[in-house]
Design a protein around this ligand. Structure first.
Ligand SMILES: [Zn+2]
Ligand SMILES: [Zn+2]
Length: 430
């Protein structure tokens, strides 16, 4: 309705008075609304009614059909999903590895997976990092958590003033669990984190890890603020991987981690509004384009992962409002093979995802668009006032290293003078 109204309002007839134009616009918007309300036409048909009624002008915008981050409110009964990584472990500019941002109309935001390269995609959405403190990891392959360091450290530097909360599965041994992985990631970052002490707001440089049983069957792993997240096992590589569902406000969102088709997804993902499930590159393309041997293409493409035909089979059984396939290189010469193979087993609503694809979900409609992002983006402002760091916490250089400083104080001092003057401070050089 809002879209129809806006489309109506931009209609323009040369020579009309403003009042006439307003009346025309209202009439067209009402026409589109009536068509939709009567159930005679779906929203795209209603939009077509609107489009044909629009009068074009060389100086009037015709609206747009992409998602521009930080430009749309989310309704109280709406959720928005943004694909921040749809690719593979092999890095490429076009597609980061697995990462999905789910935003709910109650203000909650959840990140599912943080695969290699995906932190950059998240930054493009211009969301203050204090709102991005909840991360759920499906399993511990790097294409599903390889950018955790970037979200953890870079997010803290960019305004997350609280711990990053991470939920992830246990393993069949403690060393194969999320807790072990993140404790050791934290240890690997010792030099990085020590070097930031006393220099920036320290509150974001903490991980809060919630490891749960990977064998839990549709068990609740998170429940806050009217949102329930459940987990169940996946079958992939080793024991440990899981899938998640989110229930909120009558909606059901499902994020399937890597898996061979499994009976738990078949049961617990039923009737989802959005159902994400992996869908691997077609085996012939793995051999020809990815240079796999036929043996390993068959094993990886059909046994460790889900082949497109099997993806379709799964979706035919769970019947989501929208099936979302990911985990393949989505190019002009690979997507048709995937699409055609899926269509041998599934004829329902389908998105072959790519990075920056966006789904807005209401009870009436699922609107799918691409986001248009600004590559020159800077971090959004912190939602709370940053803490001034305590310089006594800084770890000093050794004498040998400190003695190596060139004397450039003369040229640095004007920078201090400039900032001290503008902000009423009395900061001094080291
Ligand atoms: Zn995996
Ligand atoms: Zn994967």
């Amino acid at each position: 309705m809002v879209v129809a109204l806006i489309a109506g309002l931009i209609g323009y007839v040369i020579g009309c008075t403003q009042d006439q134009r307003d009346r025309d616009a209202q009439a067209r918007a009402q026409e589109a609304k009536t068509a939709k309300d009567d159930g005679q036409q779906d929203s795209s048909q209603a939009d077509q009614v609107q489009a044909t009624a629009t009068r074009y002008s060389p100086v009037t915008a015709r609206g747009r059909d992409f998602y521009a981050p930080n430009s749309e409110d989310l309704g109280p009964d709406e959720m928005r999903l943004v694909a921040c990584g749809t690719g593979m472990p092999t890095a490429r500019p076009k597609q980061a590895a697995s990462c999905w941002l789910l935003e709910l109309g109650n203000g909650d935001k959840f990140i599912f997976d943080i695969g290699t390269g995906s932190a950059e995609r998240i930054s493009a959405l211009q969301i203050p990092y204090n709102y991005l403190d909840k991360l759920f990891i499906s399993h511990l392959h790097t294409d599903h958590f390889g950018d955790l360091d970037a979200l953890f450290v870079g997010g803290a530097l960019a305004g997350r003033q609280k711990p990053l909360r991470v939920w992830g599965p246990s393993g069949d041994t403690p060393e194969r669990g999320t807790k072990y992985a993140l404790e050791h990631l934290r240890k690997a970052l010792t030099w990085d984190l020590d070097g930031r002490k006393g220099i920036t707001d320290p509150r974001g440089y903490n991980l809060e890890v919630h490891e749960f049983d990977y064998k839990g069957m549709n068990e609740i792993v998170y429940q806050e603020n009217g949102v329930t997240v459940r987990s169940w096992p996946a079958i992939h590589s080793l024991d440990g991987p899981v899938s998640f569902s989110v229930e909120w406000n009558g909606f059901k969102f499902v994020f399937g981690g890597d898996t061979y088709p499994n009976k738990w997804y078949d049961e617990y993902a039923k009737d989802a509004d959005l159902a994400i499930h992996e869908c691997f590159i077609a085996v012939p393309d793995m051999i020809k384009k990815f240079k796999f041997t036929p043996q390993s293409a068959l094993s990886v493409g059909t046994q460790i992962h889900t082949a497109p035909e099997a993806f379709g089979k799964v979706m035919s059984r769970i019947k989501p409002r929208m099936a979302i396939a990911y985990h393949f290189f989505n190019d002009w010469d690979t997507s048709s093979a995937i699409y055609e193979r899926i269509r041998t087993t599934y004829d329902g609503p389908l998105s072959l995802s790519n990075d920056y694809m966006v789904w807005n979900v209401t009870k009436d409609e699922i609107r799918v668009r691409m986001a248009a992002v600004d590559e020159d983006v800077w971090p959004p402002p912190a939602t709370e006032k940053p803490l001034v760091p305590d310089p006594t916490l800084r770890i000093p250089y050794s004498d040998e290293i400190a003695d190596g400083k060139l004397d450039v104080k003369e040229v640095i001092q004007p920078i201090y003078d400039e900032v001290n003057k503008e902000y009423g401070l009395d900061e001094k050089q080291d």
